[in-house]
Design a protein around this ligand. Structure first.
Ligand code: FPP
Length: 276
């Protein structure tokens, strides 16, 4: 099914002169190392069908599977999906409970696939705020995939970019108070090492579904130089070909990291932080 943003029966890819699935156009020597995704539009997908919002979240699982599998097949190093923000706790309790249930069901159903595909899984965010059964399922999936060497798959849960930065600031202050850290040595590298994504490169590409042009408090520090790709396709309709479309578009961009370089080559370091 085509996303509601497509015009006159043509997909977004065809509108910009791409084949229906532009996989063949991807240059595998210049893949984004880290792709981050804001999965949006589940509610609108459901209300367009006169269904409860949770039906949209349930339908969104198929898109999650497609993107995880698609990214792993492409050879993406890190995939981060924004599944539940701290702000989402303010949603009606039945919707929050259903989302928590879906997460557990997803992990139950997909763990064997993650293992088969050599994918390493981890939750990021204020995980201590999640219900104990979800925390247990996350810890189990993390532990069972810990030795995998393929794609790192991060799910952001009870996540807030501002809270993550506040937590990092608190951790630095506590280390300084305990005498383990000289405040004069705090720079971008030292702070980034206290973020949930300390072991991952910053996202090269941010994908957002459903057409909104917002960061929604997602990876505020890490997205500083990411290329942003927004599609009108609602998340439950998002498929592997949309991921391919985003990668092709990413490879057509000129990344300058604030400098004037005209090629895909990146400066070695920005304010002391190495961008490999
Ligand atoms: C935003 O759509 C989506 C969410 C808040 C939840 C995303 C969750 C899933 C896709 C399913 C569970 C995920 C995993 C990883 C198993 P929205 O409800 O804000 O949509 P709207 O903007 O149209 O109302």
């Amino acid at each position: 099914m085509r996303g509601p943003g497509s015009r006159k029966g043509r997909s977004a890819a065809e509108d910009v002169g791409l084949p229906e699935d532009p996989l063949a156009l991807i240059d595998f020597t210049r893949l984004p190392r880290h792709v981050a995704v804001i999965m949006d539009g589940n509610g609108r997908w459901a209300s367009a069908r006169h269904l409860p919002r949770i039906a949209g979240h349930r339908a969104g699982i198929a898109a999650v599977r497609e993107v995880v599998e698609g990214a792993a097949r492409l050879g993406i190093e890190v995939l981060t999906l924004y599944a539940f923000s701290r702000e989402n706790w303010s949603r009606p309790a039945p919707e929050v409970n259903a989302l928590m249930r879906l997460l557990r069901d997803y992990l139950d159903a997909e763990l064997s696939t993650l293992l088969e595909r050599n994918i390493r899984f981890r939750g990021i965010g204020r995980l201590e705020e999640l219900p104990p059964p979800v925390r247990t399922a996350l810890a189990d999936a993390e532990q069972r995939t810990a030795a995998n060497t393929g794609m790192l798959f991060l799910i952001a849960l009870s996540y807030s970019g501002r809270a993550e930065l506040a937590d990092a600031a608190r951790a630095l202050a506590e280390e300084a108070r305990a005498g383990r850290l000289d405040p004069a040595t705090i720079d971008e590298t030292v702070l980034a090492a206290r973020l949930h994504t300390a072991d991952a490169p910053d996202p090269d590409l941010l994908i957002r579904s459903s057409g909104e042009l917002r960061l929604s408090n997602f990876l505020l520090w890490q997205l500083a130089y990411s290329e942003i790709w927004v599609t009108p396709v609602l998340w439950p309709d998002f498929r592997r070909r949309h991921l391919h479309e985003a990668v092709v578009d990413f490879q057509r961009r000129e990344r300058r990291f604030g400098g004037v370089t005209s090629s895909a080559a990146r400066p070695r370091a920005i304010h002391g932080r190495v961008h490999p």
